[in-house]
Design a protein around this ligand. Structure first.
Ligand SMILES: C[S@@+](CC[C@H](N)C(=O)[O-])C[C@H]1O[C@@H](n2cnc3c(N)ncnc32)[C@H](O)[C@@H]1O
Length: 216
């Protein structure tokens, strides 16, 4: 099933996530990290390479990834107030805010969107990207790339993109890093027979296409 881009305005997406409650925040496989690895260490490392500062976790869900960052550096935001309430309960040391639109997006140094943008078609995503370019130095998009995933969609709206799609949408920001790790749940699954790629990409964009503090 492929979702039609024009059916999914931002208002409809917001309604979808609110009604979904907490069901599709991660694939329902009964484990905290369906990725097959803990994404917090690579997130911590990439954040450090960017020079650190403050981080906004856009589409934080119930705060599964907040502990990659220090509480004082972190704000998690989500359009689903129930997810935000759950995040506050699970991680009382961290700050979480419910968000109505991109106009309320807090500013910071580093914006993280972990498996969020693939759920938004271009027309809903563009105002968010504009706000991110205005208010942040770095944007890290973490998700599986490949338009062929669109045909594998279930009831959750998905609009996976290619790396080049994001490079076009993010201009004048440009890619500074891409780290790819196999997403174990999908390796050898029926999705792997339908799609070219089952890696999750950590795709970092910056104002000048560079990383402030990259050191090995
Ligand atoms: C697949 S979940 C991922 C949650 C979290 N990043 C994680 O990996 O555990 C997507 C989340 O993004 C939120 N979301 C979707 N579009 C959003 C937007 N434009 N702004 C903020 N949150 C959004 C949804 O409510 C949902 O909690």
């Amino acid at each position: 099933m492929t979702h039609n881009e024009s059916d999914w305005s931002f208002e409809r997406l917001k309604e979808f996530w609110e009604k979904d409650q907490l069901r599709n925040i991660i694939p329902q496989v009964g484990q905290a990290f369906p990725e097959g690895f803990d994404p917090k260490p690579p997130l911590r490392e990439i954040f450090k390479w960017s020079g650190g500062g403050s981080v906004v976790d856009l589409g934080c869900g119930y705060g599964r990834l907040c502990e990659a960052f220090e509480p004082e550096a972190y704000t998690g935001v989500d359009i689903n107030p129930l997810a935000v309430a759950e995040a506050r309960k699970l991680h009382p040391a961290y700050r979480f805010e419910a968000l109505g639109s991109e106009a309320n997006l807090p500013s910071g140094d580093f914006c993280l969107a972990y498996t969020v943008f693939l759920h938004m078609p271009d027309q809903a995503l563009k105002p968010w990207l504009e706000s991110i370019r205005k208010n942040f130095k770095y944007l890290l998009i973490a998700e599986i790339l490949g338009r062929d995933w669109r045909d594998a969609a279930g009831s959750t709206p998905i609009f996976n993109r290619e790396r080049e799609d994001y490079a076009g949408l993010m201009k004048p920001f440009s890619p500074a890093l891409e780290l790819r790790v196999p997403y174990q749940r999908y390796v050898n699954s029926h999705f792997a027979t339908m799609t070219r790629n089952t890696d999750i990409s950590f795709l970092l964009f910056s104002e000048n296409g560079k990383l402030e503090n990259l050191c090995f």
